[in-house]
Design a protein around this ligand. Structure first.
Ligand code: GLU
Length: 294
């Protein structure tokens, strides 16, 4: 199938372990949305978080996706090879006065929040280094968020509906470059989505809370904002998001249709028994298109 020009979607796994049912649900949702729009579906490996990246996991994820019939329309992008692009964007934001160095340790931030007299103390960065480092060495670099009304961002999520977040009170100035020198996810994801000309972001609802920050960065950098769709996350028996840490096990890709059927049910689809991957995808793409457009 030749993709129609226009739609470009992506799946962006972090290689912190093998694909599990939670990440498969996000992969499937983005894949079906791209198919429903006859668009391009791309894979990006988010491997800049050095401490969390597991050697070999990215290759394993790519081959598991392949066994499920999901192939990137273009060469997968590896974030670890894109640091020059992040550096340039960071310089642009720095030159425009959006970025400041922060010397606070996590402990200092937690203490200052604990001593705040706000009745409903939020976890927002308290702004300690906004106007100077107070003699401390720079650790991280933060994006200054506007005060008051300008900090309230709204967007229409295609699954979750209208979302509003007040960046000033709910998030505060957020990290772009971490104390360990690594680029923060928020910056990398915005630059990567923009450079890949992603038009539709489909991912897990655990990232709903990051979206306003990403839209804010897009505006400050002058790049387009894609549409967003956040699917419910798969949780374990304790209500925790499935991840390697919460006991997610690797997927059975020996019986791909059965495993995909389970993931599709989680998306509220009702796949008919299918004898092949092709049959499974044409049925579920039609169901997805009916529910979520176009
Ligand atoms: N790498 C992120 C994750 O695995 C997803 C980022 C995104 O889709 O924006 O949770």
């Amino acid at each position: 199938m030749n993709p129609k020009p226009g739609y470009r979607g992506r799946f962006a796994p972090s290689p912190t372990g093998p694909l599990h049912v939670g990440s498969l649900v996000s992969a499937l949702a983005s894949f079906l949305d791209a198919r429903a729009h006859q668009g391009a579906w791309l894979i990006r490996i988010e491997d800049i978080d050095g401490p969390r990246t597991v050697p070999g996991a990215a290759k394993e994820i790519l081959s598991t996706l392949g066994r499920f019939g999901m192939h990137s329309a273009e060469q997968p992008v590896w974030q670890s090879q894109r640091v020059t692009a992040y550096e340039q964007a960071f310089e642009q934001l720095l030159a425009a006065g959006f970025v400041f160095p922060c010397g606070c340790t996590r402990r200092e931030i937690a203490d200052s929040l604990a001593h705040s007299h706000a009745r409903h103390a939020t976890l927002a960065y308290p702004g300690t280094c906004r106007d100077g480092l107070h003699g401390k060495p720079a650790r991280a670099w933060r994006m200054r968020v506007p005060d008051a009304d300008a900090a309230v961002l709204s967007f229409e999520d295609r699954w979750q509906g209208m979302q509003t977040q007040d960046l000033a009170s709910e998030v505060g100035d957020f990290v772009l470059k971490r104390a360990d020198g690594e680029w923060a996810y928020q910056l990398a994801v915005v630059i990567d989505d923009a450079d890949a000309r992603i038009t539709h972001v489909v991912r897990g609802a655990d990232l709903l809370d990051s979206t306003a920050r990403q839209i804010y960065l897009q505006r400050c950098l002058g790049v387009p904002t894609p549409t967003y769709l956040h699917v419910p996350v798969v949780v374990n028996e304790y209500g925790e998001k499935l991840s390697k840490q919460t006991g997610a096990t690797a997927l059975d890709s020996g019986t791909p249709v059965a495993t995909l059927t389970q993931a599709a049910r989680h998306l509220g689809l009702d796949p008919a028994p299918a004898a092949s991957l092709e049959a499974f995808y044409s049925d579920t793409t039609a169901q997805w298109a009916k529910r979520l457009g176009p």
